[in-house]
Ligand binder design. Structure first.
Ligand code: AP5
Length: 257
């Protein structure tokens, strides 16, 4: 009897390779998986994390999505985060650490999770390590680092449209929704979510000014997180400056290594 097909959201539409190039079957890793998908704004974290989550059967925790939901709901966390997010700056470590540590304790994270956008400072990495160590000495199992030059990121972020409720992300050139006909101008009327048909939005922080702030926060505050995990040997660097299909293949290889 063959395994049933894995299920993942319909919009995660890249093919899954079930074997290595030499024909050996790919097997998912065992034990609680705390996987970090790391990279600058626009490097492809949000595009690839849902698929990693579906492949490994563990939830995708995006701190950006969690914070945007808190802002939209007007919660205390959202009110504290709103201004920094809109300007492209990082929200405070204590705020985001509390959100993630609470979420990690929920039952659906029993077998692990895919962290997207966290940790983003060495203080957050240390807080995560400490929280995991308190649960039977657990550790971060892998860091997938998506690498992409700043020049490519501006084009990606500038052309991005998102479906607010699900976080699904589209691009006017690189990942068009079905609703955008050839030659049509991107507007909320022509940019609709493939699944629900609802209007897509531009993110408030996808402006040139906010992107400059996000990139400088990434280089100054987030890049050192890689050095933090480098010593543990769990960092896999992936070239994020290629087609989404090629990036996905490289991520699959990194997961199976
Ligand atoms: P967050 O939502 O995490 O934003 P980000 O890190 O800036 O990342 P993005 O969502 O912009 O990019 P992505 O890597 O997911 O790219 P995507 O796949 O969408 O955080 C937002 C804010 O929240 C932060 O600025 C901060 O204020 C706050 N925050 C969040 N976490 C925090 C933390 N831990 N601490 C403090 N503050 C925190 O791709 C982008 C576009 O490119 C899409 O249109 C996509 O279709 C396209 N694309 C993707 N891959 C390719 C490819 N290979 N080729 C061509 N196009 C591609």
């Amino acid at each position: 009897m063959t395994d049933p097909e894995p299920s993942w959201p319909l919009w995660v539409d890249l093919p899954l390779r079930r074997t290595h190039a030499d024909g050996r079957p790919r097997t998912p890793p065992l034990g609680r998986q705390i996987l970090i998908v790391f990279g600058p704004p626009g490097s492809g974290k949000g595009s690839h994390c849902p698929r990693v989550s579906a492949l490994l059967g563990i939830p995708h925790l995006s701190t950006g999505d969690m914070l945007r939901a808190a802002v939209a709901a007007g919660t205390e966390t959202g009110l504290k985060a709103k201004e920094a997010m809109q300007a492209g700056a990082l929200v405070t470590d204590d705020l985001v650490v509390a959100v993630v540590v609470d979420r990690l304790a929920e039952p659906d994270c029993e077998n692990g999770c895919v962290l997207d956008g966290f940790p983003r400072t060495t203080a957050q990495a240390t807080a995560l390590d400490d929280a995991l160590a308190r649960v039977n000495g657990q550790k971060v199992t892998k860091v997938i680092a998506l690498e992409c030059p700043d020049a490519a990121l501006a084009k990606r972020v500038g052309g991005r449209w998102v479906h607010a409720e699900s976080g699904r992300s589209y691009h006017v050139d690189f990942k068009k929704p079905k609703s955008l006909r050839d030659g049509a101008v991107a507007t909320p009327e022509t940019m609709r979510d493939d699944e629900t048909g609802e209007a897509l939005l531009k993110r408030a922080d996808d402006t040139e000014e906010a992107l400059a702030t996000r990139l400088s926060a990434y280089h100054a505050q987030s890049a050192p997180v890689l050095a933090h995990y480098h010593t543990t040997g769990c960092v896999a660097r992936v070239d994020g400056d290629q087609t989404q299909e090629r990036v996905w293949e490289a991520i699959e290889d990194a997961l199976a290594a």
